[in-house]
Design a protein around this ligand. Structure first.
Ligand code: NAP
Length: 296
């Protein structure tokens, strides 16, 4: 954990209440995938900070229940938008539903795994459909929601966009290749966008949790590294000024700490292939000749 991280974290803690005050005058927040898990916790936390909330997911009955719980607990107004982000052509309807609102905070939270059981890319069931669904839900939705909401923030010179990535975006992740790659997109898009809109007074941040006890994570027992959605969100909101990417909590930042340099050297050695594995040309890799067959 670098000194810079600690400095930014404490700056974020101090800044959080100051930050949300001016944003509250643009007093609606929008949270995708908000009927349970991390999204629900963001919706609750933002309402507790005095914001009205728009919550979005596929299941109207659950959204209505969450809306009631939030407004009973906080007195804030909650609007429900039922949508399926894996589908094509949902965004003009969403834009209509949001058009008269002053949106100060967007949490692009919705995300899905290609399959509940980790598996190799080609082993996902209905692979073509799965590819479309994961890209639509995890990638396209983030971009389209920014396209809809960012112009209002730019005009008002204020706003916060939180894009939920994942700790697995930081490393190549076999068995979750499509998912982790989709989260790399979320991070690079967020970071580029932050550079473009920082001077407009807008904070755009990728948040990359590791374990949070939700349906997606099999409701794992909470402990020092697996946080409840509420604890994770509380902590991540303290990191809003911690730069264009954060792990959202101290424990998840520690999980991603760099490998000590002496171990890096060992990894380098492990990664240097012996001479007989060095590839002289790509065609040798795709040749149909059996491995080890004699050259003519
Ligand atoms: N939990 C973790 O350990 C963890 C770690 C790293 C990153 N993340 C990321 O955090 C975000 C939230 O994950 P979570 O763990 O809170 O997930 P979750 O508990 O499974 O909740 C997902 C939410 O999204 C909604 N949703 C799912 N598919 C949807 C679709 N196609 N269209 C509209 N809404 C949809 C669900 O409601 P309906 O089913 O009713 O639509 C639900 O409200 C995701 O982006 C995930 O990748 C989670």
């Amino acid at each position: 954990m670098s000194l810079n991280y600690i400095k930014n974290f404490y700056k974020g803690c101090r800044a959080q209440s100051l930050l949300l005050q001016p944003v509250q005058t643009h007093n609606t927040s929008v949270v995708t995938g908000a009927s349970e898990g991390i999204g629900r916790a963001y919706a609750f936390a933002l309402a507790e900070q005095g914001m009205n909330v728009v919550i979005m997911s596929r299941t109207k009955a659950t959204l209505d229940q969450v809306a009631k719980e939030i407004s009973d607990a906080t007195g804030q107004r909650v609007k429900v938008v039922v949508t399926d982000f894996t589908k094509e052509n949902v965004f003009s309807e969403i834009e209509d539903q949001l058009k008269d609102l002053n949106i100060g905070v967007l949490v692009n939270n919705v995300g899905m795994l290609p399959s509940i059981i980790p598996c190799k890319f080609l082993e996902s069931t209905e692979l073509d459909q799965t590819i479309i669904k994961v890209i639509n839900c995890n990638v396209k939705t983030t971009v389209k929601m920014c396209k809809i909401i960012l112009p209002g923030m730019e005009n008002r010179g204020k706003g916060v966009i939180v894009n939920i990535s994942s700790g697995v975006a930081s490393i190549p992740c076999p068995m979750y290749s499509l998912y982790s790659a989709s989260k790399v997109f979320v991070e690079r898009f967020s970071q580029g966008l932050q550079a473009e809109y920082k001077d407009k007074g807008i904070i755009i941040q990728a948040v990359a949790p590791f374990g949070v006890s939700t349906r997606m994570a099999g409701f794992q027992q909470t402990n020092i590294v697996t946080l409840s959605p509420e604890d994770f969100v509380k902590s991540s909101l303290h990191h809003l000024r911690a730069g264009d990417k954060t792990y959202g909590s101290v424990c998840h930042t520690v999980l991603n700490s760099p490998v000590p340099s002496e171990m890096e050297e060992t990894f380098d050695q492990m990664n240097t292939p012996p001479d007989d594995l060095v590839v002289s040309s790509v065609t040798t890799l795709i040749s149909t000749k059996p491995v080890g067959a004699e050259e003519n």
